[in-house]
Design a protein around this ligand. Structure first.
Ligand SMILES: CC(C)(COP(=O)(O)OP(=O)(O)OC[C@H]1O[C@@H](n2cnc3c(N)ncnc32)[C@H](O)[C@@H]1OP(=O)(O)O)[C@@H](O)C(=O)NCCC(=O)NCCS
Length: 169
């Protein structure tokens, strides 16, 4: 679908069930045993991620990293929850993370979605266009540091008034 500089030989495709094992192994490595108690994981227990909005990076047969997205509701409005995003340590810093994020946003926009939110580091996501959401707006089903809830408007104004409990679509 899309490539980083050719010398890196990293290519991107839609996620399929064949990638599940690698995605879950990397998630275990990146986020540790606490990952299942994270608020975002609780959302993903309620509703499966959408493979048409989820991408993997590969170098040949080698798994490099991935991003998943889940279609949810925030209160009465549809939105997309992004995560997990992870890149294997050996491939970090080559732009794979950023490329996965760009693909995720493009796919969501093309699918008619209007907003994406995630729980993550401002320092990584704000340069990609994400902005902090107001406190007590997007209510996750579990403890979360509210300063880490960030949103990306796919159409102008889509983050305004985005509020309510996160739940299945
Ligand atoms: C975050 C992650 C996905 C980035 O993937 P990547 O392919 O290395 O990212 P890119 O190559 O596109 O970007 C790398 C840049 O992001 C920076 N960066 C990485 N993680 C960061 C963080 N948590 N906060 C701020 N900057 C970060 C790097 O320092 C690097 O900066 P540079 O380009 O100025 O050198 C990867 O480091 C990872 O898997 N981390 C563990 C899991 C994780 O934290 N996921 C995010 C969950 S919120």
């Amino acid at each position: 679908m899309m490539s980083l500089p050719a010398h890196l030989q990293i290519e991107f495709t839609l996620e399929t069930a064949a990638h599940d094992e690698a995605v879950e192994a990397l998630s275990a490595e990146a986020f540790g045993p606490g990952r299942f108690t994270r608020a975002a994981a609780r959302v993903r227990e309620m509703t499966p991620h959408d493979r048409s909005l989820s991408f993997v990076a590969m170098r040949g047969a080698e798994f490099v990293g991935s991003v998943r997205q889940t279609r949810v509701m925030v209160g009465t409005r549809p939105a997309v929850m992004l995560g997990p995003l992870a890149v294997k340590p050996a491939f970090k810093g080559k732009g794979a993370g950023r490329a996965l994020m760009a693909m995720a946003a493009d796919a969501a926009r093309l699918a008619g979605e209007t907003a994406i939110f995630l729980v993550g580091d401002r320092a990584y996501y704000m340069p990609l266009g994400y902005e902090p959401l107001p406190a007590r707006s997007v209510l996750m089903p579990g403890p979360v540091d509210e300063r880490r809830i960030l949103g990306l408007a796919l159409v102008p104004g889509a983050l305004q008034g985005l509020s309510g409990a996160v739940g299945p679509r």
